[in-house]
Each structure stands twice: as C-alpha cells, then as structure tokens.
Design a protein around this ligand. Structure first.
Ligand code: ZN
Length: 297
C-alpha cells in the first residue's frame, strides 16, 4: 500500500508516514529497504502518529500497514539504522532510561519501554485499529499486528516467531496462547516455522484474507463500515473486549513471561557472546532456511 508523506512532527518522520483519508488515518511503516525492521526511531514515530490520530476528532479508525514488499520483519537486530542506544523520553512506562545502564538493568528498562510497554500502550488506543498485513510479519512485526484490534491480510502474508532459536521463549508481547490457543502457540514457537495467511485465518488469528490487489480496498471498506459507529461506543466496546481478554489472564500472563524472557536474555549474556545468543538477522535467516529444508518448508 502506498501512502503520501504526512510526517509525524519529528525530523525522523519519514520512517513512518501519516495520512488521513476521510475518517480513516493510515499509519505506514516506511523502512522498505529493511523490510520495515522496527528501530527506536520508528517506535517513537509510530507512537507520535498514533497520538496524532487519537487527538484528531475527525479520525474514527486507524489502519497500520507497511510500505514496500513486507509488513515488518520484526525488531531491528542488524540494519545500519539500529539505534539501541538512542535516547528518548519514556512514554510507555515510568522507569529510568536504559541508556548508560548495563546488563539486565539496561535490557529490562529498554524492553519494558520500547517493546512490551509500547505494545500495551498501542493496544489501548481508544479508537479501532486494523493491521493491514502483506508479505513478512515476523516476531516484532507479529507483535505490531497483534496489538491492533483486527487484522486483514493478503494471501501472500506469512507469519512466524522464530526467537526460540535464540533460546528465548517468544517475543516480548507474549500474546501467543491467547491469540493462537495453547497448542498452536507451542507449535509455532517450538518449530519457529512460518505459517500462512490461510492457516492464521483458520486458527482465528486473522479477520480476513483477501487477494493482494484487494488488500487496500478491503481494509478501507472495513474501516469505513466501522467508522459509521459512534466513537465513544467504539472506545467503550474496545475497552470491554480488552478487559475481558485481560481477565482471561493475558496481562498477568505476559508479565510472568516477560520475566522468563529476560532470564533467557541474561542466560545468553552469561554463556554466549551476547543476549541474543550470538544470533543476528543473517544467522536467523540462515538457520530458518536450514530448518525448513528438513521440516514442512
Ligand atoms: Zn527481548
């Protein structure tokens, strides 16, 4: 999906595009050369775009998509724009900044803010959000799609959370058991394998799967249909479903798993070369390709 530049008010605004069409805001991740890998610049630009959409009374529904061939390949673990030491004022949690901290102190502060905290913050956006997914939707990309209320995907979309390969029990926003059910959650985590849009639809993770050429029009049609409802009613309904999901244990489950996640990072830092178990974007890709030769492909 293409989008015109609207900016998000910062000098780095080109990593996220913002546009309003009628009552629908379109937020577009725009690092197509890196498959929209999410670095901190993008995280805070996304947040600024969402704030802008929330504060605009004309906007009733928000679409989140990715420019280029893919929705998002996940967190930035190896592009030239990787900016883990960049300093931003915390917006998601009240905690000290990770910059100039070390070890677990640094990782915990950083991931609580930019991964788990931001995802939770965006899940609570008081307007309906729809992820519009094509191509790769991997790991951190999966988190971004999951925090949206609905997901519309094209037939070519594919999904995975391969971070168990790093020895880590899934991405930081651990919604897997609630989004996929426990057995599917274990399958996709244990194997790390890609699953297709058709499978994700069958498992209840997606709302609609449409041909690639219809993705934009179908997502807009759905957004416009929702936009005819009263805003406050939509906000309360969203909160109602989210509260029930949290009563099903999602919030407390994620909190407990976040501890395991950071235990794994620390274990890696202790016994391997770094907190990712020595894995980077390239080695993750190579390992996945080797595994798919022995698995179902
Ligand atoms: Zn992590």
């Amino acid at each position: 999906m293409n989008s015109e530049t609207g900016g998000t008010g910062s000098e780095d605004s080109d990593v996220v595009l913002y546009e309003v069409r009628g009552s629908v805001a379109v937020v577009t991740m725009n690092r197509p050369e890196y498959r929209n890998a999410q670095n901190s610049v993008m995280t805070y630009a996304l947040d600024a775009a969402f704030v802008r959409a929330v504060e605009d009374d004309e906007v009733k529904v928000i679409l989140l998509n990715g420019n280029g061939r893919h929705f998002s390949a996940g967190h930035d673990i190896g592009t030239p724009g990787r900016d883990v030491d960049a300093e931003y004022e915390n917006r998601a949690v009240l905690w000290w900044d990770h910059v100039r901290k070390t070890g677990g102190d640094q990782r915990f502060a950083r991931e609580m803010e930019v991964y788990l905290g931001m995802c939770r913050r965006w899940r609570e956006i008081p307007k309906p959000t729809i992820a519009v997914v094509h191509g790769a939707c991997i790991a951190g990309g999966l988190m971004l799609s999951w925090v949206c209320d609905m997901i519309v995907a094209s037939e070519d979309a594919f999904f995975s959370d391969p971070v168990v390969r790093m020895g880590i029990p899934g991405v930081e926003y651990f919604a897997h058991p609630w989004v996929l059910g426990p057995r599917r959650a274990k399958e996709i985590l244990f194997t790390g394998q890609r699953f297709t849009a058709a499978e994700a639809l069958d498992w209840g993770m997606l709302n609609r799967v449409v041909p690639r050429e219809n993705l934009e029009s179908e997502a807009f049609a759905l957004a416009e249909q929702i936009a005819s409802m009263p805003s406050f009613g939509l906000a309360l309904t969203k909160k109602a479903v989210n509260q029930c999901e949290d009563l099903m244990g999602m919030r407390s489950g994620m909190d407990s798993v976040f501890g395991l996640h950071h235990f794994a990072h620390s274990h890696n830092a202790e016994v391997a070369s770094d907190s990712l178990g020595g894995m980077d974007a390239r080695s993750m890709k190579t390992s996945a390709e080797q595994a798919s030769n022995t698995g179902r492909g």
